[in-house]
Design a protein around this ligand. Structure first.
Ligand code: LFR
Length: 493
């Protein structure tokens, strides 16, 4: 089996990659094949993803492994959550899918919850945190605008399932990605008929519900010709990137907390059953579907999005700095000078992120950060303080003491933020793997191929293959004081 690879496609809101991996002697090896931007496209007042460009990039990655003569056991695709593709009667895609930051849904959530189904009822059924862009509210907004694609949709597929359909011709509704829609009941593990009906849909519009590890189909003749590969199977992994990432947390037992750090920072625990009660409702925690029937009990925190968007606005001489250089420059300026609530609505989809951060500081009577170093410092200080708040909330739910926090994903490379996170939360931070999502994706394929038995074996192999970087808390008094300031500025929201 040694020369056989699993091919993973991992698409995030800012970039995508194709990665091959294999398992050898209880260790895994990874190799990045291609990396490409995922462009947020703005046109006619709406935000879109280019689904054809993403498909094209997958084909390119597959072509490359075919060219190298690598033996591919299977393919798995994971992406960000909530967004979906609509397919018409003629089996063609009905225009590019909306991107979840499309301002069209800014008001739709409140409108829906006031006029269609109450907030409490939606939460009781789904256990999903309220975010304005959840598929439920996107669909509602589309109905209201008389969206022609939705009107003519024969089928609705979440993004990873849509890409798998483009490769195989088979339509499924993978459980972990479906759970992000706020249309799924974690108890029945099915889409909820009443919520579907509230946006004029029925179960028939969606593919067959499948669990991670299910074989979807094999590459179509068309894709075989395009790539030069044979009839390689496509596996439904945890189609939701966070689901694949959490499966790859190199924890030793159930008692761990994680922070999956990328465009978003997802902080939570893994539980057996969904936690749906008044407190989880008040704190707006989510229960996303995981592998092997687990639940990802977590909260979304605005993460590197703040940094990534600012970076796009800075001039070339700043953008050409490496991440460690730019992040390091932030360590040269005064700490805690300006603090923001990363989850303020102001930062969800601003025209200018720098402008939004400055606006927030002005409105809260704080010094206004100007230089890239000052702005980065403001972002990293504030993120760590927000992490502390969410970590404390998480502790109220966790049936065990939170002592270590596993930071995984691209953001785990930010050593300054890792140290801040340890300082702020008081927990030991274990950083890595950086490519958690792709590793989880590959491990789930390996499981489908019978190479590993369960999630704990996956985690053992991952831990065995990596050197985690450890950060112990320091400087805690300063962080406790800063936290008081943070609570005042943000009104403890
Ligand atoms: C992370 C992520 C989050 C989801 C957000 C939007 O990439 O998948 O889990 O809440 O993107 O879909």
């Amino acid at each position: 089996n040694n020369q056989k690879y699993f091919f993973s496609v991992d698409l995030g809101a800012t970039s995508g990659r194709t990665i091959i991996g294999r398992i050898n002697d209880n260790k895994f090896e990874l190799e990045e094949v291609t990396r490409f931007p995922n462009n947020l496209i703005v046109q006619g007042g709406h935000y879109y993803w280019d689904i054809y460009a993403l498909y094209f990039e997958i084909i390119k990655g597959l072509k490359e492994v075919a060219r190298r003569g690598l033996d591919i056991v299977s393919i798995g695709i994971d992406t960000w959550g909530v967004d979906f593709v609509m397919i018409g009667e003629d089996n063609a895609i009905l225009r590019n899918p909306r991107a979840y930051r499309d301002p069209i849904t800014f008001e739709a959530m409140d409108d829906y919850l006031q006029n269609v189904v109450t907030k409490k009822e939606v939460y009781d059924v789904t256990g999903i945190q309220f975010m304005f862009f959840n598929s439920l509210f996107q669909l509602y907004a589309m109905r209201k605008e008389n969206n022609s694609a939705l009107k003519h949709a024969k089928q609705i597929l979440f993004v990873p399932d849509a890409l798998s359909w483009m490769l195989t011709g088979e339509a499924v509704c993978e459980y972990t990605i479906a759970s992000t829609s706020q249309l799924l009941d974690p108890r029945t593990k099915q889409l909820d008929e009443r919520l579907l009906a509230s946006v004029g849909l029925d179960r028939g519009k969606f593919g067959k519900m499948v669990m991670p590890g299910t074989r979807i189909g094999v590459l179509t003749d068309e894709v075989q010709q395009l790539t030069g590969l044979g009839a390689v199977p496509v596996i439904a992994v945890a189609g939701h990137d966070t689901g694949s990432a959490v499966a790859a947390v190199p924890a030793k037992n159930e008692q761990f907390a994680y922070l999956s750090s990328g465009t978003w920072s997802l902080m939570g625990i893994e539980t057996k059953d969904a936690i749906i009660n008044d407190l989880s409702y008040d704190r707006n925690f989510t229960n996303e579907g995981g592998v092997e029937g687990t639940t990802r009990f977590l909260k979304n925190i605005c993460g590197m999005w703040l940094y990534e968007r600012c970076r796009l606005e800075w001039p070339d001489e700043v953008r050409k700095l490496s991440h460690p250089e730019l992040q390091g420059s932030a360590m040269q300026v005064e700490p805690f000078r300006s603090i923001i609530n990363p989850d303020d609505q102001l930062f969800a989809s601003p025209k200018s992120m720098i402008g939004a951060i400055q606006q927030y500081c002005r409105d809260t009577h704080q010094p206004v950060p100007e230089t890239p170093a000052e702005i980065c410092r403001c972002i990293f200080d504030s993120l760590a303080l927000r992490y502390k708040q969410v970590f404390q909330w998480l502790q109220e739910f966790a049936p065990f003491e939170l002592k270590t926090l596993h930071v995984i994903g691209g953001g785990s490379l930010n050593k300054y933020l890792n140290q801040f996170t340890a300082n702020a939360t008081g927990a030991t931070v274990l950083a890595g793997p950086q490519e958690g999502t792709a590793i989880g994706n590959i491990m789930l394929q390996a499981q489908a191929a019978g190479l590993v038995n369960d999630i704990w074996e996956m985690r053992r192999i991952i831990a065995n293959s990596l050197d985690l970087v450890k950060y112990e808390p320091t400087d805690q008094t300063a962080w406790d004081e800063a936290y008081e300031t943070y609570l005042n500025i943000t009104n403890n929201k």
